[in-house]
Design a protein around this ligand. Structure first.
Ligand code: NIG
Ligand code: FE
Length: 414
């Protein structure tokens, strides 16, 4: 064995009650294959150098050459699943919107609060008022919440700065916390601009050049009161020209043509889809664009759920994410999202698992490295304190997570 191999940390998780992982090949997974989850009883996972070196039944463990240089984790009574991948979060904000939450509980609508200068713009004010250090600390705090909830890979969007300094500081903060940064430069029109077009002139000229170096993807909120389809096309084409993958917030409240735009531009994903009708379901299913479903956001805003069952049955590449943000989904738990997927979206637990592991990784361009327990994949594992892995969705908001392994290291344990 070489010195380098000796130095690399090895972790053996042994005697697991179950090991469950999506098993259909490739990414994204669609159709019946969304339900292909391999479940092994009495299993082990061996991690080496941050990757999965092997996984399988305990009886095969004897065949592997193990020396003393292995840390062991007792998996008795626990189930291992892949670390969860949250491909849609907005963690770069300061302050909160608990007052707005209370007003909504009293009957005010999200759109009314937004139109009255609350909503996204109020978080923009609070975020701009902080320093880059405060923003970094906030993202780090939110990352910790996600990690303890089982998320080992997170995407983080900017979009609460909407000026050059705060947008770039947001992208830097996501990268510093180990996340995958997305430039949501077109989230809302900040108050110092008269209209969306003038704001986009500024954002594309002054922010895009540096944002394209920091981010992996660009995102736009296509909605009444935000950006229309022509504005979104202009923004996304410029971002694509700068080398960014494309994402859209579309059909959250109204169908404005965001699905067609996503397909026309070859976007990685369109996210929300609460208002998507039958034609949109059919076109998405026939396309390469992933359908990211955010049931925590629909629940939090008391809106209709997205047509997840129809999308999955029609063959769309469905994905689940939290949409973690201070306004429409103050929720960092993908396990809770899996519960909502089964109870509200009528997905099977197997479909939910695939949607927030392999398929989430695909949306982030990581489909060949994350989201499975398979040799060569990054060693990201979630150990559930349950006799059956489906407790992931069954235990509604419960104390379920015993430990989180990230790149082969125990990142959190109860
Ligand atoms: O995905 N819809 C637009 N953006 C976020 C909400 C942002 C906010 O309310 O602060 C979303 O739901
Ligand atoms: Fe969002």
């Amino acid at each position: 064995m070489t010195a380098a191999a000796q130095a690399s940390p090895r972790l053996l998780v042994r005697d697991l009650a179950q090991l469950a992982t999506p098993s259909a090949p490739g990414a994204p997974i669609r159709g019946r294959a969304l339900r292909d989850v391999e479940v092994r009883e009495d299993a082990f996972v061996l991690c080496e150098g941050g990757r999965i070196a092997g996984a399988g039944p305990m009886r095969e463990l004897a065949r592997l050459e193990l020396d003393a240089n292995v840390e062991e984790l007792d998996g008795r009574g626990l189930c291992a699943i892949p670390g969860l991948v949250d491909c849609h979060t907005h963690p770069c904000f300061l302050g909160d919107r608990v007052d707005e939450f209370a007003l909504r509980a009293g009957g005010a609508s999200y759109e009314e609060l937004h139109a009255a200068g609350g909503g996204i713009i109020s978080t923009v004010r609070a975020t701009r008022a902080g320093s880059p250090d405060e923003l970094r600390a906030a993202v780090e705090r939110h990352r910790g919440w996600m990690l303890r909830a089982g998320t080992t890979t997170f995407e983080g969007k900017s979009g609460y700065g909407l000026d050059q300094d705060t947008e770039l500081a947001s992208l830097e903060a996501v990268a510093a916390a180990g996340g995958v940064p997305t430039w949501l430069g077109a989230h809302a029109v900040p108050q110092e601009f008269d209209d969306a077009d003038t704001y986009l002139d500024f954002a594309l000229a002054e922010v895009l050049p540096r944002a394209a170096e920091l981010a992996r993807a660009a995102d736009v909120f296509v909605e009444q009161g935000a950006f229309d389809v022509d504005q979104a096309r202009r923004y996304l084409e410029a971002c694509r020209g700068a080398g960014l993958a494309l994402r859209l917030h579309g059909d959250q409240f109204t169908e404005l043509g965001a699905v067609e735009l996503a397909i026309e531009l070859g976007a990685r994903s369109i996210d929300h889809l609460e208002a998507t009708g039958e034609a949109g379901v059919r076109s998405l299913a026939a396309s390469e664009v992933a359908a990211v479903l955010l049931p925590a956001s629909a629940l939090f805003l008391d809106r209709p759920m997205p047509p997840a069952r129809a999308l999955a049955d029609a063959g769309a590449a469905i994905v689940l994410a939290t949409d973690f943000n201070p306004g429409s989904a103050f929720c960092e738990s993908l396990a809770l999202v899996c519960s909502l997927a089964c109870t509200q979206l009528h997905l099977a637990p197997e479909e939910a698992l695939t949607a927030c592991t392999v398929n989430g990784a695909h949306v982030l361009g990581l489909g060949d490295r994350r989201g499975r327990i398979a040799a060569g994949y990054d060693a990201d594992l979630l150990l559930l304190d349950a006799p059956d892995w489906r407790h992931l969705a069954y235990h509604l908001g419960g104390d379920l997570i015993a430990a989180v392994v990230q790149r082969g290291v125990i990142a959190w344990a109860r």
